[in-house]
Design a protein around this ligand. Structure first.
Ligand SMILES: [Ca+2]
Ligand SMILES: [Ca+2]
Length: 583
């Protein structure tokens, strides 16, 4: 009896200690800020909050990458396939990967064995614009946290998959959704919103990652009031964003769009979070004369105060759906912190990451019709007025403006697929696409939950050649150092490594690796469906692993017009692939 009691006490003691050690093994801010350097894990979207997607690992390198072989593959299962745009998280031998339809899986990173799964129950009537995708989870303390298509955040215990907290971001019936990976910055969980085609209000929200409680909210449409919250959840005003009515006519700012749908990056040196903002709403630019701040911009927010420190607008008074959401990737240039962004509008921008001052801007695609260049003195584009879709009120019947042919198409010189930056080669690796569109404007009025475009369009190919190209770009000279063309439009992200390698996937199903200096393709593997997700890498016991999700989908099959027809032979799927060197 006494022995039994003792063993019970010992067991209870062990359980308590196990609880403590589990807590001690929780993910900290310091670990996330150091993520780019720590090679045994991947703790943030971007392989480091700066978003460089660079790993110093060189176990796999140009000399042996041709010996990469699959270790395991895991099916996301069911009939729920469609686009898989997720970047996994890897921590202490476990992989956390989100999948289409707001699902998340925990897998043994060595074997692919399933540890747990959470499937979010989605209501009827969600309105994701561009497929039922998700781009990944955040990890913090003992939680994995991801956003759902019905505009909620769910935090799960990383070991059990139990829901710890759930918070609603906004009303899915008004067009809000969420698909970006949350960003951990300065002890806060930062998220944006999707829904720019429905006249939502773009904003960045900061929460306590452990509880989900709001800390501040910063709208990114001029005229809207920022909020901050005390420990009891009471809101108070935190200053209007910009000056009401300054760059918007009438009441259009009230449904102004600028959705922050791709999430953000963070640089601990500047203390700033960088969020890109989407198109102003509606698409018909003649209804909203002015710059329409802060749409189609990079917005830098002080994470401590929730205030906008600087903004840089890539496309003032956008008329082409050139969402400026693409990731702002910061890097060191001789002691100065700069940031690069390959915008949907076809130009690559380099800004000072502390002040936003434009340092360089140049096209990274071959055909750009809407502007002849970016004036480095004023920071503004030199527009080509006749290449803006025409004003419907100037048309013969007032119902349709002049149709123009525009390049890039609204699917962009680059879209959601994240680029990489190598501090070794000092090059950006940009998944670019060459395509155009016919676009025209129509009258439109706002109606809650209805598409708010005032435009019609057809995506067109520019020629019979390849649409995609992985381009190595020198941010200083603006030169394309090398390119690897691809027939289908590229839609996955990029990873670069200390092994002088660049990894990226293709809609044709390949994960491939090239020499980072020359672009020579050294290895490829067919994953069985199109790759529209960014690869990652990590090491465990001296072995380097490379992983990517496979599963064709995203915006191209849904919105791609003539290009969608060209690639309609591609098959859907839904699986995770992991590789290492053959022994
Ligand atoms: Ca790491
Ligand atoms: Ca848009």
């Amino acid at each position: 009896m006494r022995i039994k009691l003792l063993s019970f006490l010992v067991a209870a003691g062990c359980a308590a200690m196990a609880g403590q050690s589990a807590m001690a093994a929780g993910v900290t801010d310091q670990m996330i800020e150091n993520d780019a350097k720590s090679t045994g894990d991947v703790l943030s979207w971007g392989v480091g909050p700066q978003g460089q997607r660079y790993s110093p690992l060189k176990t796999v390198n140009t000399g042996n990458v041709n010996k990469l072989v699959p270790v395991w593959s895991f099916s996301f299962g069911g009939e729920k396939q469609r686009g898989q745009e997720s970047q996994p998280i890897v921590h202490e031998g476990k992989m956390y990967v989100t999948a289409s339809y707001s699902r998340i899986f925990a897998l043994d990173a060595k074997t692919g064995a399933k540890l747990w799964k959470y499937e979010h129950r989605l209501p009827d009537g969600i309105m994701p614009c561009c497929d039922v995708i998700n781009r990944g989870a955040a990890i913090y303390d003992n939680l994995v946290i991801f956003a759902t298509l019905d505009a909620q955040l769910v935090a799960l215990n990383k070991d059990t998959g139990d829901v710890v907290w759930k918070e609603k971001i906004d009303d899915y019936a008004a067009g809000y959704s969420a698909s970006a990976a949350p960003l951990i910055a300065g002890g806060l969980l930062l998220t944006g919103v999707s829904g720019g085609e429905f006249g939502v209000i773009g904003r960045v929200e900061a929460r306590n990652p452990k509880t989900g409680a709001l800390v501040w909210v910063r709208p990114v449409v001029e005229g809207h009031m920022g909020k901050k919250y005390d420990a009891n959840g009471n809101a108070s005003d935190n200053g209007v964003s910009g000056t009401t009515g300054k760059t918007w006519p009438g009441d259009l700012w009230k449904t102004g769009g600028a959705a922050t749908w791709l999430g953000g990056t963070y640089n601990p040196k500047t203390g700033l979070a960088y969020f890109g903002t989407g198109n102003p709403a509606p698409w018909n630019s003649h209804l909203r004369k002015g710059d329409n701040l802060y749409s189609c911009s990079t917005v830098a927010i002080d994470v401590k105060t929730g205030q906008i420190v600087w903004h840089y607008q890539n496309t003032p008074n956008d008329g082409w759906d050139f969402d400026g959401v693409n990731e702002f990737v910061t890097y060191d240039d001789g002691g100065q912190v700069l940031g690069g962004k390959a915008d949907r509008n076809g130009f690559f921008y380099v800004n000072d990451a502390k002040t936003g001052k434009l340092v360089n801007a140049f096209p990274f695609v071959k055909k750009v019709t809407w502007a002849t260049g970016i004036d480095l003195k004023t920071g503004r584009p030199n527009f080509v007025p006749e290449n803006r879709p025409g004003d419907p009120t100037a048309g013969a019947d007032g119902k349709k403006g002049n149709t123009v042919f525009a390049a890039p198409s609204f699917l962009g010189g680059k879209n959601q697929m994240p680029m990489a930056y190598s501090p070794d080669t000092k090059l950006f690796y940009v998944p670019a696409n060459e395509w155009g569109m016919e676009i025209w404007n129509e009258p439109i009025t706002y109606k809650k939950g209805a598409a708010y475009l005032g435009a019609g369009f057809t995506i067109k190919t520019l020629n019979d050649g390849p649409i995609g190209a992985l381009r190595a770009i020198d941010p200083k000279s603006g030169k394309i150092v090398w390119e690897a063309p691809n027939n289908a439009p590229l839609w996955g992200g990029v990873l670069t490594t200390g092994g002088n390698l660049v990894f990226w996937g293709t809609p044709e199903g390949y994960l491939q690796a090239a020499d980072a200096k020359t672009g020579k393709i050294l290895w490829k593997f067919q994953t069985g469906s199109g790759v529209v997700a960014p690869p990652i890498t990590w090491e465990d016991k001296g072995e380097q692993y490379v992983a990517v999700a496979s599963g064709w989908g995203g915006a191209v099959p849904l919105w791609g017009g003539d290009v969608a027809k060209k690639v309609n032979y591609l098959e859907q799927g839904g699986s995770m692939w992991v590789f290492k060197l053959a022994k």
